[in-house]
Design a protein around this ligand. Structure first.
Ligand SMILES: *Cc1c(COP(=O)(O)O)cnc(C)c1O
Length: 869
């Protein structure tokens, strides 16, 4: 059969070149001697207009008032906090735009190697406070806003969180953007501009989680710049025909075409002019309507295509660590990777370099397997559009991409049904089959006759239907693969990618332990602690916030009684701030003399919020059985929970319901309420984390060993002087290495024991009454209705009575013992404060600056490009 396609017609239509000119009289003319001649002789005026805004207090006030009256079209005599926020944000944005322009101009001029961070999630939180810090304009704006009759604290509260992420993975991406800009690295982020971010969590009176949409774009978003002129066409469905000319090319045509439109979010570095870009794509119909249908009088059909195009970026999927195989999700992934690659290629081509140099100038980091389609998509572009031969194309691809694995949990490993892929992306399915065939031939050559191995390593999993294993595709299509903490990276090498390590060699498989940005997670969320550190170290925060190892110099002050007093006062103020927050949002009176014990993270069985709530019940029952005299010796404790459950994750939602109902009972019990209280704070977010973390005495990171890849909230708590109760898992291990095991409360079985314990649960189950009477008692109390209708919780209790996959019955006793150790340790206040100080002092390693520099040096081979001041 011969193809009917004319090979010359393949490829993108050439875009009409825009006619651009220089603003008349804006730039100086340079004469032969190199002397600048400014328009109309007004050098000073023009130079200042180009480069700088005046950032003294009166000029800032003028700028804010100017935005009130012009950009917002409002009157100076009728302004509310929201208006004041918007005007202040626009005024700050003016600074960001100038820095952003200068940075991008310099990058274009120097055309250095660039790196791109592809993440389906960016959990940014609020921007104004962060922008002010990074620009070094906090004090000036505070004062200006005060002069204008407003309070900065109230204004900051007006901003909605940008919550385009589920949890740790999305927040990591946000921290890495902050660090890339701060380290002056030419890095851009690419993501999707969801109309609706992570749902808003409401809790019903019965304790059920309800989900409401998060219309975060309802008010104007001053932090994004629409780039309506930066658009790309993206194709779905249709047919892919291999050309019969021996070229290996194919033509993909027909199907649906939609438009990707760019929105840019400026990412300021800390105390530098460098301002990077996060480019988010929005989907739009390519044609507003189909004229043929329209003429035929079928209006609904005519607007149909416009509906489905806009649907692609309408909502963030609210699942963390699970996959669902929904077609729209796959559409999101392709839409985003295809638009990003076209954009990256266009920018590369503008430098005039040849395509074989691509990997020397572009590195692309895949944040989990979500952007893996970028691998076959770049193959498609190189082969079908750039007419590169297969081997060369694969050589280019496998030196460009880098893959970060985020989990070894089986339910989180992405697989896509082959029939769905064939339907939605027919050309990519051909390419994946070709990659697989060539790959398996190489495996066969190295291990002749090992059919078992071929089956294990194939990109295609047999079954009904067959599925594409995205982690394997990401692995073989990348130059390097990394996990996110030492233990996790080792598990990646020895479990899910073991065969690939054997085949490709160990040097491809590395580790980059996660980090967090100390700008947001210390200076912004805990300004008093930041000020105390600067004062004590006699260092400007601009220094130690960018070199977090400097915190080590706090160590001697652990033995300084006066310093400890100040340290305690800061923690106390943060507890009071949290108590005020709880009072205004929920109406509860929190005991600020108690120990604050916090577990905040996505609800998941592997994170074991269940273990925590059963521990709380155990504690409640114990106190209840004490004589009143004995109770008086107890340390009061307040336990906080926050976190969202995926809307379809029934057991996780039941856990929330149990927590809320246990809280209802124990907070009202006159026998115990002075010693133990419990709060579930709804709608966990970055902004809520910023209030909770600085107030904690201890926080809980108690995943079944080997299941939490890293965790990053553990780092946030320790950086703020909170001690850690945790399992020997993820980054907990490395935190303990840094801060010292004596400052961490470890418990539970270790990762290597988990497999055998699970085997025992299945083949030699021991009744829970025998194995762990304390936990059995707790479960029975729940069953018997102490916390409301016990029947409701049976499915949750049964996950522990039967199978107990997450090993609660194995770890419960040592968990309770660890919490008793915490109580004992807290009695010695002086020693406790020393632990707290030493913990913060030893957290330097966990700055995301360290992590991003590891990626830049050991993975991307990327150098910084500083925008001169
Ligand atoms: C840091 C952070 C997370 C990650 O928390 P883990 O306890 O590491 O899972 C999730 N959500 C938000 C809002 C965060 O700030």
């Amino acid at each position: 059969m011969t193809s009917t396609i004319d090979p010359k017609s393949i490829g993108k239509p050439s875009r009409p070149r825009r006619h651009v000119r220089t603003l008349t009289g804006y730039l100086p003319e340079v004469d032969e001697s190199g002397k600048e001649k400014w328009p109309r002789g007004e050098e000073k005026v023009w130079k200042e207009a180009m480069r700088n805004l005046d950032n003294d207090v009166p000029s800032i006030e003028r700028s804010v008032v100017n935005h009130v009256q012009t950009s917002l079209a409002r009157q100076a005599y009728n302004l509310d906090d929201t208006g004041a926020y918007q005007a202040a944000a626009l005024s700050v944005r003016d600074n960001l735009i100038l820095n952003w322009n200068e940075t991008q101009l310099l990058y274009t001029k120097k055309s250095p190697k660039r790196a791109y961070y592809l993440s389906l999630e960016f959990l940014m939180g609020r921007t104004l406070d962060n922008a002010l810090l990074n620009l070094g304009l906090k004090d000036q704006y505070n004062e200006s806003v005060k002069h204008l009759g407003f309070s900065m604290e109230d204004i900051l509260e007006q901003e909605r969180d940008a919550a385009l992420g589920n949890g740790g993975l999305g927040r990591l991406a946000a921290c890495y953007l902050d660090s890339s800009a701060s380290q002056e690295l030419p890095v851009w982020g690419y993501g999707l501009r969801y109309q609706y971010g992570i749902f808003q969590q409401l809790i019903s009176p019965e304790g059920q989680q309800l989900e409401a949409p998060d219309p975060w774009l309802q008010n104007q978003n001053p932090w994004e710049l629409p780039r309506l002129d930066v658009t790309y066409e993206i194709r779905f469905y249709g047919n892919a025909e291999r050309l019969q000319d021996g070229s290996g090319r194919a033509a993909w045509h027909g199907g649906q075409e939609v438009l990707a439109v760019a929105y840019d979010v400026m990412i300021p570095g800390c105390y530098t002019k460098n301002t990077n870009n996060l480019r988010l794509w929005e989907s739009k119909p390519k044609r507003g309507f189909d004229l043929n249908s329209f003429n035929a009088g079928d209006y609904e059909r005519a607007v149909e295509s416009s509906n489905s195009a806009a649907a692609i970026t309408s909502v963030l999927y609210p699942n963390d660590h699970t996959t669902f195989g929904k077609e729209l999700r796959l559409k999101q992934q392709y839409f985003w990777t295809a638009a990003s690659l076209q954009d990256i290629l266009r920018r590369f081509k503008n430098t005039g370099k040849t395509i074989t140099d691509f990997p020397d100038f572009v590195s692309i980091q895949l944040n989990d397997t979500h952007p893996t389609l970028a691998i076959p998509e770049l193959m498609r572009i190189l082969i079908d559009e750039e007419e590169v031969q297969w081997d060369m194309a694969w050589h280019i691809v496998t030196r460009t991409f880098f893959y970060t694995n985020h989990t070894v949990l089986p339910e989180a490993l992405e697989k896509w049904p082959v029939p769905l892929m064939e339907h939605l992306l027919p050309r990519h399915m051909q390419i994946i089959y070709d990659i697989n065939m060539i790959f398996l031939q190489a495996v066969e050559k190295k291990y002749p006759g090992d059919r078992d191995r071929l089956g294990r390593m194939s990109l295609i999993e047999e079954g009904f239907p067959k599925q594409v294993r995205m982690a394997f595709l990401a692995c073989i299509g990348s130059r390097k693969v990394n996990g996110v903490a030492e233990l996790h990276s080792e598990l990646v090498r020895t479990t899910i990618l073991k065969d690939f390590v054997e085949f490709e060699g160990i040097s491809k498989f590395g580790n980059v332990t996660n980090g967090i940005t100390p700008r947001r997670w210390l200076d912004q969320c805990n300004p008093e602690l930041s000020a105390l550190i600067s004062k004590t170290l006699k260092l400007e925060k601009s220094v130690w916030l960018k070199d977090l190892y400097k915190l080590k110099d706090l160590l001697p002050y652990a033995d300084d009684a006066e310093f400890r007093k100040q340290w305690v006062a800061v923690k106390q103020h943060n507890k009071e701030r949290l108590a005020r927050h709880v009072k205004t949002t929920l109406g509860f009176e929190v005991n600020t003399n108690a120990m604050f014990d916090v577990q905040i993270k996505r609800l998941h069985e592997y994170k074991r919020q269940n273990l925590n709530i059963f521990g709380v019940i155990h504690r409640y029952l114990t106190i209840k059985n004490m004589a009143p005299e004995e109770r008086k010796k107890l340390n009061p404790r307040v336990v906080f929970f926050a976190g969202k459950a995926a809307p379809g994750y029934w057991i996780a939602k039941l856990t929330i319901r149990l927590i809320v109902n246990v809280a209802r009972v124990i907070n009202a019990d006159p026998d115990t309420k002075d010693y133990l209280s419990l709060y579930f704070l709804p709608d966990y977010s970055v902004s809520l984390a910023e209030v909770l973390i600085p107030a904690s005495d201890i926080s809980q990171h108690i995943s079944t060993a080997g299941t939490e890849a890293s965790g990053t909230s553990n780092m946030k708590f320790c950086l703020n002087g909170g001690l850690l109760v945790g399992t020997v898992d993820g980054a907990n291990i490395e935190i303990a290495e840094e801060v010292g095991e004596t400052n961490v409360f470890f418990f539970g079985h270790l990762a290597p024991a988990v497999e055998e314990l699970r085997y025992q649960h299945v083949y030699h189950p021991v009744p829970i009454e025998e194995k762990c009477p304390a936990l059995a008692n707790v479960l029975n109390q729940v069953s018997s209705g102490v916390f409301g209708d016990g029947g409701v919780y049976e499915p949750l209790l049964n996950t522990i009575r039967q199978g107990d996959y997450y090993l609660l019955s194995d770890d419960f006793d040592s968990y309770i013992a660890a919490l008793d150790m915490v109580d004992k340790a807290y009695l010695d206040k002086t020693e406790w404060v020393k632990k707290s100080i030493r913990t913060t002092a030893n957290m330097g390693k966990f700055s995301s600056d360290r992590a991003i520099n590891e990626y830049a040096e050991s993975y991307w081979n990327l150098e910084s490009v500083k925008v001169p001041n």
